[in-house]
Design a protein around this ligand. Structure first.
Ligand SMILES: [Zn+2]
Length: 540
């Protein structure tokens, strides 16, 4: 039995869609309906993004590539996945699935339990790291009943490997020069053996719209391109069609057997519409999913509302648009860059559980930082959550972000799309001034002991202070060479630590002495001498 089916989960509601492959047995040969099964294999994610972005909720398709070479589509509500340990835990992992073969679709599985095959894999994020050349294969596909050639192959070669704004140029910059797309190739146009209605049709009787039969698309595309390429030369595949699909563009990963090798490939399904492969920012978003990235968003339950991330609103404000390749993708957020292993250790600062108070210098997230500058700061806010701090400017592909500012996200592993813009004004817009931290503004989460203040921003840097031990009052004593937490017993031994740790309006009591380093101060605190005599000297 060889069956394909895609179950699309929307929020908590699971929709059922059937994807019978070109090699499916006839329906009456599927004799296992209702049968209990336990299968092991690799879990694959495919994200669907309705176009224009935000015109509908995102979709996620979960598939199991089982050890006997079958692909099973899984009907599992996202709540169950969350309870089992969050979706990203399972993406691209070896899993064991138990459930029943669906009666209302060819051979999908109604999942009852989902577990990692090896519990030790739970915290493995290494699998998402990407470095070096990532050759992608663009396969240009005409539907059998649509002879149009929207653009010549050379157009796609330039889109892949040309100068700004090619995807090669984009990902080099976004990855801080960790990856490129060298080795990418464009093949086609090929004419698919069947009309569009064979690939895109109303698979799910419970859903009025059309769905894409990914298995049919993939099988025929691979067969058509096979004589012209050696698939294992590539990391990923962009399937570019000459017509629309199901109203969405899709990106994720899948195992493919080609040229005698069964292997994981990043894959995108790009519709031939203005908001499809024509638009660089949309293709960049789907390639982000192919790299394993989830979405980020504002805190308002709207997946596509953050103009700070190519993995949310994709091309942000579209203030910068290329006449040929459309609205350009913004950078992805610091958290995602860190996830993919792109932020060098010397340019990231991860706060632990010990008391810390710092004044740090942030550099544009869009360009490699000089020594001593940071791209990314991470401050814990709980066992599985933290705040992140980054500096965004209209640099490089960040022309389409909504402003120049320090931007914070709250990352929570308990939700599928981990990162949400910190936007205290709660006005439903995570792109406006409320989310743009500028000098003189501070963020204080008293419950989580996180305090961040922006002290200065100029063309080359942003100075921020932060602490995981906010206090009022705060004590400073140059003489303390041991443990510090800003209390009167364990005072900080520099003024900038004391200032950084001070809740707004706090007093900072400083023992007389000659303190090194100058500080920028915008937060309202009062520096007081902690003695009846003596002199406090700063900037020495
Ligand atoms: Zn998406």
């Amino acid at each position: 039995m060889r069956t394909y089916l895609c179950i699309v989960a929307v929020g908590l509601a699971a929709l059922v869609a059937r994807n019978a492959s070109a090699t499916d047995p006839p329906r009456d040969e599927v004799g296992d309906i209702g049968k209990a099964v336990v299968l092991s294999g690799t879990l694959e994610f495919l994200w669907g993004d309705p176009l224009p972005l935000g015109s509908g909720p995102p979709r996620v398709c979960y598939q199991l590539f089982s050890d006997d070479g079958e692909r099973w589509d899984l009907r599992v509500d996202s709540q169950r996945i969350d309870l089992a340990g969050r979706a990203w835990t399972f993406n691209r992992q070896r899993v064991v699935v138990a459930g029943h073969v669906l009666a209302d679709a060819d051979a999908g599985i109604e999942v009852e339990t989902l577990a990692l095959e090896r519990e030790s894999d739970r915290d493995d994020t290494e699998r998402f790291r990407a470095s070096g050349s990532q050759p992608y294969l663009w396969i240009l596909l005409r539907f059998g009943d649509n002879p149009s050639t929207p653009e010549q192959p050379a157009w796609f070669v330039t889109q892949a490997l040309g100068p700004h704004p090619s995807l090669d140029h984009f990902w080099r910059e976004v990855s801080l020069n960790n990856i490129d797309l060298l080795g990418s190739q464009v093949v086609g146009w090929y004419t698919l053996p069947q009309p569009r209605s064979y690939y895109v049709y109303d698979i799910d009787p419970n859903d009025p719209g059309d769905e894409v039969n990914f298995a049919r698309c993939r099988a025929d595309a691979v067969a058509l391109a096979d004589p012209d390429v050696y698939f294992p030369d590539f990391i990923g595949i962009n399937l570019c069609f000459n017509g629309v699909l199901d109203g969405a563009a899709w990106g994720g990963g899948t195992n493919i057997t080609a040229d005698g090798v069964t292997r994981w490939y990043g894959v995108t399904y790009m519709p031939g519409a203005w908001l499809g492969w024509y638009t660089q920012g949309i293709l960049a978003h789907e390639m982000g999913h192919a790299l394993g990235l989830p979405h980020s968003s504002g805190p308002y339950g709207q997946t596509y509302d953050s103009q700070w991330d190519v993995m949310s609103a994709a091309y942000g404000t579209c203030a910068q648009s290329d006449p040929t390749y459309g609205c350009l993708g913004t950078h992805t957020i610091g958290y995602h860059k860190d996830w993919l292993g792109w932020v060098p250790a010397e340019h990231r600062h991860v706060v632990g559980s010990s008391p810390e108070a710092h004044m740090l210098t942030l550099y544009d997230l869009a360009a490699p930082a000089p020594p001593g500058y940071l791209h990314y700061v991470r401050i814990p806010s709980g066992l599985n959550s933290f705040y992140t701090i980054e500096r965004r400017r209209w640099t490089g592909y960040d022309q389409n972000i909504p402003g120049e500012a320090v931007v914070m996200h709250h990352v929570d592993y308990a939700i599928d799309d981990h990162a949400r813009v910190v936007d205290p004004d709660g006005n439903g817009n995570c792109n406006d001034a409320g989310a743009q931290w500028v000098p003189g503004e501070y963020f204080y989460d008293g419950a989580k002991n996180v305090l961040v203040s922006v002290e200065l921003a100029d063309d080359t840097r942003s100075l921020v202070t932060f602490t995981n031990t906010p206090r009022s009052p705060v004590y400073v004593d140059l003489a303390n060479g041991g443990y510090e937490d800003g209390s009167s017993v364990f005072p900080w031994n520099t003024v900038y630590e004391g200032y950084s740790a001070a809740i707004p309006a706090a007093n900072v009591y400083i023992k007389p002495g000659s303190y090194p380093g100058s500080i920028f101060m915008t937060k309202p605190v009062t520096l007081r001498r902690n003695a009846t005599s003596g002199v406090v000297v700063m900037g020495q």
